[in-house]
Design a protein around this ligand. Sequence first.
Ligand SMILES: [Cu+2]
Length: 260
Amino acid sequence: MNLSKILLCVLAFFYVVACGDEDNTVKKNHSTTTVASVEHEHEHEHEHEHEHGDVVDVIDLSSVADPPAVSVAATPDGEGGVMLVVELENFELVPLETKSGNQPRQGHLHVELDGATVAMISENHYHLSNLVNGHHEIAVSLSAIDHRNYYLDGKPISDSVMVMIEGGEEASGPDISFQVEIVEGKVKGGLSRFEVSKGDSVEVIVHSDQIDEVHLHVYDKMKKVEPGVPAIIRLDATIPGIFEAELHSAGFRIFELQVS
Ligand SMILES: [Cu+2]
């Protein structure tokens, strides 16, 4: 291969990674099924695999005797919230602070609301609050200590329920909403440029496994983020241009916003 061919290949690869951003676009009130969203993540992480070679994205427990199982029950509280009670089999919850030593039957739970992870918990009950009225899908999946999802026969070990929320916020969401997930110092799926039109009301939800601060330049939005508590940035796209958002302490770019 000559140099220009190599360059082309490199460019093609980054094009593929950069174009993965479509999946991060979530229109408010549009619920995707858990399986679909996990498969999307799966695709992204395969791209990572090409990049780093040694990244394994899930832990498949198909070869383990008596693999763990999960089921979830949800009871709306009538005030815009819902109580989740999780039943586990062959699975021990360990504190989120645990840093190492994955065991096939140990870990914590990831709680997903309409396809987006909203909390990580190491208890078998959890109260989700401040939901928008209407139908929501809530899923609970088993995660290893290092946050990789446990799989069985090629599917995540998870359970989901549909709930009808009343007494919460009325659904008057933004025109467009995006999700960013930071895992172990990297933007999951690669850096995305979110394109919106001038005048749109925009929401960007940033999840991170580390405590930090999200800063969107020029619009000058600053929001704290911590594991399980996403930073939600809302703005009216009045200034045209391309703007960078970074994680303040970590000091790297996490998304770009293009207003045109
Ligand atoms: Cu986790």
